[in-house]
Design a protein around this ligand. Sequence first.
Ligand code: UDP
Length: 262
Amino acid sequence: MARRRQIYEGKAKILYEGPEPGTIIQYFKDDATAFNAQKKGQIAGKGVLNNRISEHIFSSLATIGVPTHFIRRLNMREQLVRQAEIIPIEVVVRNVAAGTLCKRLGLEEGVQLPRTIIEYYYKDDALGDPLIADEHIACFGWASQDEMNDIADMAIRINDFMCGMFAGIGIKLVDFKLEFGRVWDGDFSRVILADEISPDSCRLWDVKTNRKLDKDRFRQDLGEVGEAYQEVARRLGLLNPEDGEEAGAVLDLDEHRKKRDK
Ligand code: UDP
């Protein structure tokens, strides 16, 4: 494969220059980090599964009119996306109390929230992505008021859609994180959904058993992490039934290709 210019390496993905101007290739790694990268590890096959799951969700969101950066999946671990100016805000949507919300406010994990909460965090690893208010966003000019209105509207639509999608396969959408980017058309810009949506960035619980099917299995050393991601992909209909419950032909094929391309 031709050498491509690497633009950025993050915790779970590498970004390469795309084949045409204004495009980027997102490569999904098996690397996992938690607690602001203090805990590091690998989840075999995670990159392949997240690539597929994120493709599925972004494509579905496009069908209901949510603008996204996703163009197409290129192979097992890569997708072609539209280049966007990333807005330095992590948007967290919460339906059920978990994670830092419980820690911060002393809530019991699993309590259904009386209404959906949208929170904003400033994207800065050195500061540990601090929770911020709309006032900070306006004060420091990280996004305009119009952009924030669009972001909040999209976050609610995405939440409504994803709650239904996951409910249909017996999964409760507890919370998730979104990132948005700005794309320019001459002097005008608009906001589109960027990054990824996967069990790395969502809390997903089995409706009947409350079994965690997301990165909390890694964060909390619960084991069977890859299996949980596979379970999500399988329920979404993204793995062939004949792949079985274990590793899955999807992952075997990926290993085979990696060895072949070495
Ligand atoms: N999240 C994420 N990346 C982050 C922080 C949070 O994808 O840098 C996701 C996380 O997986 C969860 C939701 O956002 O689904 C809310 O996370 P929380 O604030 O509870 O923090 P965490 O427990 O992940 O540190």
